[in-house]
Design a protein around this ligand. Structure first.
Ligand code: PSU
Ligand code: MN
Length: 307
C-alpha cells in the first residue's frame, strides 16, 4: 500500500464491494470557478453521482497526503482557499507530499491518484491539450501524456478552443488514446458542441463505452480512454461569441508573455470575464452532464468486472 495515499472509508467500501466509483478533480474547484459557486457545484456533482448509483471520490492533496474521497469540509476548504492552493501536476506531487503541502489536482494528478486507489472512471469539465502555437512554445499539457500511460477513462465535454484541437487529436492518436464521442462523431469543444473535427468512435450507450474500456484493460494495454460528451444543447454557447473571446484571450496571453502552468488558468479566467456569467452556468451544467454519464459507464463496467 502506498504510504502517502488515504482512501476515504466510503470509497474503500465501494471498491471492496465492487461498486462503481467516479473520481473528480480539485483544480476545477480551486482554480476553475469562483467561490462559493465552486463549492456548491462540487457538492452537487457528488450528489448527482450518488443519484446515478455510484460513489464520488473527489481527489486532492492535503497536508502532503494524497486524498481519494474528500469530506464536505475539505471541499469547502479547497473552494475557499481557491488560487492560494498550488495547481499540482505530475512534476509537483512528490515535492508537495515530502513538504506536507496542499495541492489542487489537475486531470493528470487526479488520474494518477485514482489509479493508485483502483478507481477507473473520472468525470470533469475539460482536459488540457496542445496549446495554439505549441510548435514554438512546446506547451503541451501533461494531461495527454497521462492519458497515454494511466488506465483511467476520463469523461469530459471535449477541450476548449483555447487549445489547438486538431493537434491535440494528433497527439492522442500518436500515443494510442482512443477518443470516443458520446452520441456524436464530432469532437465537442466544451462550450460548443462543434469543432468540425472527428472522434475515433461514436458510441451511443454507456454499456458500449464500458465494454471498450473493459477490452482495453483485459488485453493489458496501458493508458486510458477519452470520452467526450457534448454540452446539452440548451446550455451551449454561440460559437461566434465564444470563439471571439477565446481569440482575444489567446492574443492577450501572448502579449503579456504568460507561460507554463499559468497559461491555462489565465486563458480560462479571461474567457470567463469576456463572456460574463454565461460561461460559468454552461460550465457547471456540462460538469453535471459528465458526472451522470460517468456514473452510468462505471456501473456498466462494474457489471463486466463482477461477472
Ligand atoms: N481546461 C478546462 N478547465 C479546467 C482545466 C482545463 O476547460 O479546469 C484544468 C484541468 O485541471 C486540467 C488543467 O487538467 O487545467 C490543465 O492545465 P495545463 O494546461 O497547465 O496542463
Ligand atoms: Mn501547459
Amino acid at each position: 500500500m502506498n504510504r502517502y495515499l488515504d482512501i476515504s472509508p466510503e470509497v474503500q467500501e465501494a471498491l471492496r464491494n465492487g461498486n462503481p466509483v467516479v473520481a473528480l478533480e480539485s483544480t476545477i474547484i480551486s482554480h476553475g470557478m469562483p467561490y462559493p459557486r465552486n463549492v456548491e457545484t462540487a457538492l452537487n456533482v457528488e450528489s448527482i453521482i450518488r443519484e446515478n448509483g455510484a460513489v464520488p471520490a473527489t481527489i486532492a492533496i492535503i497536508g502532503g497526503r494524497l486524498k481519494c474521497g474528500l469530506t464536505p469540509d475539505q471541499i469547502e476548504y479547497f473552494g475557499k482557499k481557491g488560487r492560494a492552493i498550488a495547481k499540482a501536476s505530475r512534476r509537483d506531487i512528490a515535492a508537495l507530499c515530502a513538504r506536507g503541502e496542499d495541492g489542487a489536482t489537475t486531470v493528470t494528478t487526479t488520474m494518477m491518484i485514482a489509479h493508485m486507489a483502483g478507481v477507473r472512471f473520472f468525470a470533469t469539465g475539460g482536459i488540457g491539450g496542445v496549446h495554439r502555437g505549441a510548435e514554438t512554445t512546446m506547451d503541451i499539457s501533461a494531461d495527454l501524456e497521462e492519458l497515454a500511460n494511466t488506465p483511467v477513462t476520463v469523461i469530459c465535454a471535449g477541450a476548449k478552443a483555447i487549445l489547438d484541437l486538431g493537434l491535440t487529436l494528433e497527439y492522442l492518436e500518436t500515443h494510442g488514446v482512443p477518443v470516443i464521442g458520446y452520441g456524436t462523431s464530432e469532437l465537442p469543444a466544451f462550450y460548443s458542441r462543434h469543432s468540425g473535427l472527428s472522434v475515433d468512435y461514436r458510441m451511443d450507450t454507456p454499456a458500449e463505452i464500458a465494454a471498450a474500456f473493459f477490452a482495453q484493460r483485459e488485453m493489458g494495454l496501458k493508458g486510458g480512454m477519452l470520452v467526450t460528451n457534448p454540452i446539452p444543447e440548451e446550455y451551449a454557447m454561440d460559437d461566434g461569441v465564444i470563439n471571439g473571446a477565446i481569440d482575444q484571450a489567446v492574443a492577450e496571453s501572448v502579449e503579456q508573455g504568460i507561460k507554463g502552468k499559468e497559461t491555462t488558468p489565465f486563458l480560462l479566467a479571461r474567457v470567463a470575464e469576456l463572456t460574463g456569467g454565461d460561461s460559468l452556468d454552461s460550465n457547471i451544467q456540462l460538469v453535471y452532464n459528465n458526472a451522470r454519464l460517468a456514473s452510468r459507464i462505471a456501473g456498466e463496467y462494474q457489471k463486466l468486472e463482477n461477472e
